[in-house]
Design a protein. Structure first.
Lengths: 393, 393
């Protein structure tokens, strides 16, 4: 019986993780649940899964939840859920004996410190929070090696690469082929991107996801962040990672070996497949997932080159990763702020990449980063990004 | 240093195997070479690779070769190639200390007894002769298990499946997706197949292979034989193997697991990739193979259902495998004779499947087959097939 912490249990990945756990009650016990603002859903999840610990983002929500749980009779001995809050609460929960495996589906850089705490406490990690590796790659991978824990990818692309590599330990990789749906603006010109509306950007053709990642998918920054994540997870140089636009989202990524052989992982675009592999590893779980229909959805698979001049975010992310040090921290922090400004109607879609480029050009890099340093640089970059946008707006 | 026997070294797979060995002189030493009728090429191969043993099909060729080698100075101490002939020669060579690994690229059922001899002598097998498993599946797999040797597939499809399974030992397979180019008559109606010429049937759109296998590819019997081979190699029921027509020949086959995840192996259609994996296993060898170009050859991958009413050979092969016993032996033997008759202009293309169906309908099956029994049934079936064709012709 695996004890699982689901950090970010009320989001898209979190709820789908609980679907997988619900189908496999003999394998998993939920030890920790956590939410951002959706306390109502968290409360329902608590009454279904009875975790040892629940964490909210804000203290006030924790107090309300505590009260509600007490009133609903959750206070009975052996059945009591302890309520914590904030980053400290997440770190405590993720390193507690309430879990052996931490599925991290937190949003943005808020996922970094809880991952580090969990790794240092010897927990295996199922990672859906790509910012953990984008901002803290060197730090986290070093801690993972020292602690001897497993770092299992949940992103569909990284899960695909992981699966292609499973039988190929010690064999030389020629190239990782990271697929991308291309988002809603595949094939658009830079000119066309200038008049993109919020509604258009939020309409992803293949995947139903949270708002931040949906916008990242539209700018293709998501793919840029994934290149950086893959670079750390699979220990390959950025230039050995090639992005293939594959609009059908059936091939989730591929690996080419030195003999010219390419392994690929395919599946319906359903996150429960990679989630269940990360949770159940080393087993594959019976998913109830429909067979991939090669005579319908998969009967026609195409691959295109993304245009790095139109989707500048890809180029910026690869450059930031090559430059190293704090560049990826700056890239990620600035992007989080800019996407939020776009979501609130403060800047235009095209300005996400334009401001980002300016911020990175002006960034003074730091190296040999500690966790504290990363979080500090992130804060500074966010201020810069907010200022630039204010000035222009 | 692996000592390798190449049985059938002058054929398409044989010469490509020697290409792979030529590129990796530090890994392999050629211990055995063998030919059918092409003694001239065998002699050149002997002077390049200096095997301990060479085998010809016919005694007269062996004597001529022996003489030629003596005259050319091959008789020097420590450099001498012993020349053997026929099935006995192949069995002796394949079980001798001249090899640790036997790559079997013999034609037809003549591959069965040498495989058995090699397995019983504890040699690993790289299998390009699918008839070995089509006719002797139960017998061979049992011997492989008892001897604890490796049976490595060389067929591109089976190598693909093998690669998809490498990291998935012990995990449940939902389905094997065996791809087929569809051959030169993909999409044709039964009516159209009636007027196929020899020239048309010998023109394969993707692979350059020997004549027998090229015709098998045109009738799609090749795919039927591959279903039977896969059934034994990977221990799955015939009904868990689905044939996908994939005219680009880039995806060489796939495996679907119980979690809904599908692994696929892709590559340029070049047999040196699966050959080098079988020879070099567990290593992948640096192949010099060009990268698979997803923006050209692989930019557009399609999948179709084969029509089991037009390509009856697929249906007949699957039925024969389900029925078991000597049915696959009859299928294979009759097919070898009928293809040969077609190649010699004695019967029409469509008659291959028509006569085959009649022969199988009339076949009285035997079970619990020994090697001798299999070879005897094969002989009987060949006579029946030749008779039927004569009567009609």
């Amino acid at each position: 019986m695996k004890q699982v912490a689901i950090l970010g249990s009320t989001g898209s990945i979190g709820t789908q993780s609980l679907d997988v756990i619900r189908r496999n009650p003999d394998r998993f016990r939920v030890g920790v649940l956590s939410c951002g603002r959706n306390v109502e859903l968290l409360e329902r999840q608590i009454s279904e899964f009875h975790p040892q610990i629940a964490v909210t983002a804000r203290e006030e929500d924790a107090l309300t939840l505590q009260k509600a749980l007490r009133e609903s009779g959750n206070a009975g001995a052996g059945n009591r859920t302890e309520v914590l809050w904030g980053q400290e609460g997440l770190k405590t929960a993720a390193s507690s004996n309430a879990c052996d495996l931490v599925l991290n589906a937190l949003l943005g850089i808020s996922g970094l410190a809880p991952t580090m705490a969990a790794v240092e406490a010897g927990k295996d990690i199922a990672l859906a929070n790509k910012e953990t590796l984008v901002t803290g790659g060197a730090l986290v991978m070093d801690a993972v090696r020292k602690a001897g824990v497993r770092l299992l990818p949940v992103d569909s692309e990284h899960s695909a690469i992981f699966q292609c590599l499973e039988g190929n330990q010690g064999r030389k990789i020629r190239k990782i082929l990271l697929t991308a749906s291309g988002g809603p603006f595949r094939g658009w010109s830079r000119k066309q991107l200038e008049s993109v509306t919020l509604e258009q950007a939020l309409h992803h053709p293949k995947w139903s996801m949270g708002k931040k990642i949906t916008i990242d998918s539209a700018t293709m920054m998501n793919k840029g962040l994934e290149v950086i994540e893959a670079r750390w997870l699979f220990d390959v140089p950025v230039d050995a990672i090639q992005i293939l636009v594959h609009p059908q989202s059936i091939v989730h990524s591929m690996v080419e070996f030195e003999d010219g052989s390419v392994l690929a992982q395919l599946g319906n675009p359903d996150m429960r497949i990679p989630i269940s592999l990360a949770l159940g590893y080393p087993d594959r779980l019976e998913s109830g997932e429909a067979e991939l229909d090669f005579f319908d959805a998969g009967s026609w698979l195409t691959f295109e080159r993304p245009d790095p001049e139109v989707f500048r975010c890809i180029t910026l992310a690869c450059s930031a990763s090559r430059a190293g040090g704090s560049y990826p921290v700056a890239l990620n922090g600035a992007n989080e702020v800019l996407v939020d400004l776009f979501l609130h109607g403060k800047i235009r879609f095209i300005e996400i990449q334009e401001y980002l480029e300016r911020i990175l050009d002006a960034h003074v890099p730091e190296y040999h980063l500690t966790l504290e340093k990363i979080l500090q640089i992130d804060q500074e970059v966010r201020q810069t990004a907010a200022q630039i946008a204010r000035k222009v707006g």
